[in-house]
Each structure stands twice: as C-alpha cells, then as structure tokens.
Design a protein around this ligand. Structure first.
Ligand code: ADP
Ligand code: MG
Length: 409
C-alpha cells in the first residue's frame, strides 16, 4: 500500500460536528459517546394539505440540529442548548413545563411520549447545537424533537414492529426501518401537539426522518405512504426569509384549519382530500365564499403535487417551477395566507431570469419563500433578491442556499 493510502475508519457524520462536541465537553467535562443529527425541512409544494390528508412534496436540507448524549445513573437530566444561555436540570420523575425555559418543552414532550409507548426514560446529560434558524420555516422544532428521540434510542435502544409496538433490539443498534421512522415521527408530533401545544401535522417530522440527498419526499397524508422522488439537475434551492415573524400557535393557522374542516363537513366528506376541482365547482352553492376559496386552494395543491411529481420524474424543472408559481398565486388569491412581503419576494424572484419557480413555504403570514434557481446563477440570484427586497421593503435579509440531504440518524 502506498504511504498516501492509509486506511481509516469513516466517522458517522453526526459525530463530526465540532460545535456540538465542544459544547458537550465544556459543560460535562468529557467527549460524548453518542451524537445524532436531524435536518430541517422545506415544504417544496403542497401548502396546508397535510392536515387535509392530502399530498406534500418536501425536502430535508443541510441545516441540522445535533444532540450529544451520555446516560447517567441518578435519574437526573441535564440539557444545554447553544441557542440558550442556561443549562436546564430536572428529574425523570418531574417532566413538567418550565415557563422560564420553554425550549425544554420540546425535549420533555418527546420523553413523555416515549414513556407512553413503554420506553423507559432514565437520566442523561445532553448538549444541543443547531444551524437551523429558529422560527424561520425550516422546522427547528421538529429537528429538536427528532434529535431527542434518536438520542434516547442510542442510550436505550428501541425499535417498532409492523403493528407499531415497541421492541428492544439485541446487539448493535439496527438502522431505522420505515416503520421506526413513522412511529418516531408520530411520537414527535404528539409531543408538539400534546405538550408544547402546537397543532402541527406530521409533515415536519416525517421530512426530517425520511429525507434523502437529491430527492424530494412525497408524502400522502391519507395513507402515510412516503415516496422518494429523484430531483437531480442543475438546480439549487434558495430560501428567502421575509424577516417578518410568523406565529403558528396564533389564530390564523387554526382559523384556516377550521375553514377547511367546515368545508369538508358541508361537502359530506371526511377530508378535503376527497374533493377535486370538478366536484368542488359542482357543489359551490353548499359552501360559503371563504370555504370555497380554501377548498379550491387545497384541491389545486393536491393536483399540483401529482403533476409536480410527474415533472420531476421527467427532469422537467421548467414545468415544475410553474407549479411553484401557481401554488403561490393560489395562496395569495384563494387561501389568503400570503403577505405583501411574501408576494414581493416571489415577484422579485419571478422577474429574475435564473429563477424557475418560487412560492411561500410553510404556514404563511410571514415566514419564507422557497426558490428554484439555475445552479450556475444562484449567487447572483441571492445578491439580486436581497438588494431589491431591501430597496423595496427596507428589510435586510440573507437568502440561504440549501442542499438536499439525507434524513436524521
Ligand atoms: P420552527 O418553524 O423553527 O419550527 P417553532 O416556533 O415551531 O419554529 O419552534 C421553535 C422553537 O423550538 C424555539 O423557540 C425553541 O423553543 C425550540 N428549539 C428549536 N431548536 C432549538 C435548539 N437548537 N435549542 C433549543 N430549543 C430549540
Ligand atoms: Mg415548528
């Protein structure tokens, strides 16, 4: 063997994040035995369709939350996050909310849901570090939940049978199965619904767990089937945050949800998934104008995901981008979850020659846009949008280039 070709062991990617390792070492005095990572996600197409049991295309992207963990024997839990100043300490027998450190709710919520599934929680020390901006539409909340569930799995191995019951694997920790990923996603969603108090769907958690590099994730929220759709080409994904905060716990999200549910009830169907545009037009008189508009948006989004998957499979990014623009128009005109800033960002992107598609991503009412851009022009696109947006709105933003990556592990 030549001297240059030394053999070396490949480290799992998660253990290579220096900030997480340093934080853990600084706080707990030694190197962590385990580190896991969970990526943020982007909703690529399919807006507010998840809780309507519809279709979504999402991406896991290269902004991560890492959690380093070591077990301890005294039933105490100590957690620190680089996003917050104070280390938090509590006992496994007291997983109650601490209003002074609401971020710990995400961790505690997952511990409680794991316990409900029969997975015993013992003491541990953990350090969390993240490159996912909090509250910017990339779902930092799902990432911290998924990281928690996977970190616990490292110190207390668990897996799921096809029927969803928990098993304890012997020997080396096996790779996550599709069933494991689905059950963990449900546990994390339940943590956010039941303990944190946000009525999120399963999109964020499934995306963080199922992502794959160079693939979009197609999720059917009726059957919970997850398909990976190749997304390979000379394109880049750019996220532009409006700089205007969105508050998911707030009224607008829940109000839209209620309108969608009311529309489904009046149409005599379990969810708007059952409704296509022809049926909707034929039954317009049964709905209020606002309910009709909301149902129209959801039915259109489901159709655009189906058409979008076809375009992706054909490698037709120009056509795919048109669905993104149409999706934004539908949000703006029918669902009305856009804002002037989101419309401005999409308008500027659309006018840029390298932009193939752009739309608001996530809940709406502020937050961010997702942009599909020709790869060779991505830097100039980012510069142009930032300067034009600042000129028009007075808000300075830093567009973010996102690579599509593998899911949590
Ligand atoms: P997002 O759109 O990013 O999911 P949310 O409001 O749903 O926004 O979740 C953000 C909250 O999640 C933060 O305010 C914090 O409480 C918690 N959180 C996310 N990431 C971290 C982290 N790295 N460390 C501590 N808490 C975090
Ligand atoms: Mg969230």
């Amino acid at each position: 063997m030549s001297p240059n070709r030394r053999s070396f062991r490949l480290q799992p990617l998660a253990s290579l994040n220096p900030e997480t390792l340093n934080l853990f070492k600084k706080v707990f005095g030694h190197k962590p035995p385990h580190v896991v990572q969970a990526p943020g996600r982007l909703e690529l197409l399919g807006n507010h369709t998840d809780y309507n049991l519809g279709l979504v295309l999402s991406l896991a992207v290269d902004k991560y939350t890492w959690m380093a963990i070591t077990p301890r024997a005294d039933g105490r839990i100590e957690i620190v996050s680089s996003a917050f100043a104070e280390k938090e300490m509590f006992s496994v027998s007291n997983l109650s909310k601490n209003p002074k450190a609401p971020w710990t709710d995400y961790v505690k919520g997952v511990l409680l849901e794991l316990q409900k599934r029969g997975i015993p929680i013992r003491g541990f020390n953990a350090a969390i570090h993240s490159t996912i901006p909090l509250g910017a539409g990339l779902s930092s909340s799902a990432a911290i939940e998924v990281a928690t569930a996977l970190a616990i799995r490292r110190i207390r191995p668990y897996a799921f049978t096809e029927s969803g019951s928990v098993t304890v694997p012997d020997g080396e920790l096996p790779a996550l199965t599709v069933r494991d990923k689905l059950e963990i996603a449900k546990i994390c969603q339940a943590a956010e619904n039941n303990f944190v108090g946000v009525k999120c769907g399963l999109l964020d958690q499934i995306s963080s767990l199922f992502g794959k590099a160079f693939h979009a994730i197609e999720i059917d929220f009726q059957s919970l089937a997850v398909e990976l759709v190749p997304m390979i080409g000379e394109i880049s994904i750019v996220v532009c945050n409006t700089g205007v905060k969105h508050a998911l716990v707030g009224g607008e999200y829940n109000a839209l949800r209620t309108l969608c549910e009311a529309a489904a009830a009046k149409l005599g169907v379990k969810s708007l998934r059952r409704v296509d545009l022809d049926f909707l037009r034929a039954n317009k008189a049964r709905l209020s104008a606002r309910e009709y508009d909301c149902a129209y948006h959801i039915a259109g989004e489901n159709q655009r995901v189906i058409s979008g998957v076809r375009a992706l499979r054909e490698g037709d990014f120009v056509q795919f981008g048109q669905y993104l623009f149409q999706s934004h128009e539908s949000s703006r005109d029918h669902f009305r979850n856009s804002t002037a800033e989101l419309d401005l960002l999409v308008g500027l992107a659309r006018a840029h020659p390298a932009c193939l598609g752009a739309r608001l991503t996530g809940g709406g009412f502020g937050g961010a846009t997702i942009n599909l851009v020709q790869r060779s022009y991505v830097k100039s696109f980012m510069r142009a949008i930032a300067s034009q947006y600042e000129e028009r709105s007075g808000i300075r933003i830093t567009p973010m280039l996102c690579q599509v990556v593998d899911g949590a592990g």
